[in-house]
Write a protein of this length. Structure first.
Length: 187
């Protein structure tokens, strides 16, 4: 928990990136598929890099770091596929986004379950993971949804997930301040 609370900024940064991506999708509802592919690729790549850096920086003595690395690698892979195959069909894009959302959601839920005994408010992380899994399941179940509906779903999920991640980041910061003050007081 001390490692997580010292690195709360990475969680907040991931949340900000998600919100920026989500807001961009709402301001450009008529976005073309090619632009969506590039936006998703950039977001997925940045999110994957942030997740890997955070996981590796906190790997010592933290057994839950490896699922985060896997999630980060999957995010980077989804971003690279998006950049190198821009003519991808809508259905293929939906499946890439769905697989990525489900993988990120599952790894987020796993991380929350491992943290539940350490922090309160881990439900925010669980909810963020459930939102990602839900988005993935919806996209798999209804691949024929229009590009505009897809943009709005993805944007809404990104904004909600980002808000929850920022809240968790600040909760981690508060936990760190309380516990470091308690340790200083005990000395």
């Amino acid at each position: 928990m001390e490692t997580l609370s010292r690195n709360w900024g990475w969680v907040v940064l991931r949340g900000i990136a998600a919100i920026v991506f989500g807001v961009l999708t709402f301001f450009q509802p008529g976005i073309t598929l090619a632009a969506l592919v590039m936006m998703f690729g950039a977001y997925s790549l940045a999110d994957g890099v942030f997740m890997i850096v955070w996981a590796i920086a906190n790997r010592h003595g933290e057994p839950a770091w490896f699922p985060l690395v896997i999630g980060g690698v999957l995010g980077i892979a989804a971003g690279i596929v998006s950049f190198f195959f821009p003519a991808i069909t809508t259905v293929a894009l939906l499946m890439i986004i769905a697989a990525w959302a489900i993988a990120i959601g599952v790894t987020t839920i796993v991380a929350a379950m491992r943290l539940r005994k350490e922090i309160t408010g881990e439900w925010r992380l669980v909810l963020s993971g459930l939102l990602s899994v839900g988005l993935g399941v919806i996209l798999v179940a209804a691949p024929g949804v229009g590009a505009l509906a897809m943009v709005l779903w993805i944007g809404g999920c990104a904004i909600a997930s980002g808000i929850l991640q920022i809240a968790l980041g600040f909760r981690l910061r508060s936990w760190g301040r309380v516990h470091s003050a308690g340790l200083a007081h005990a000395s």
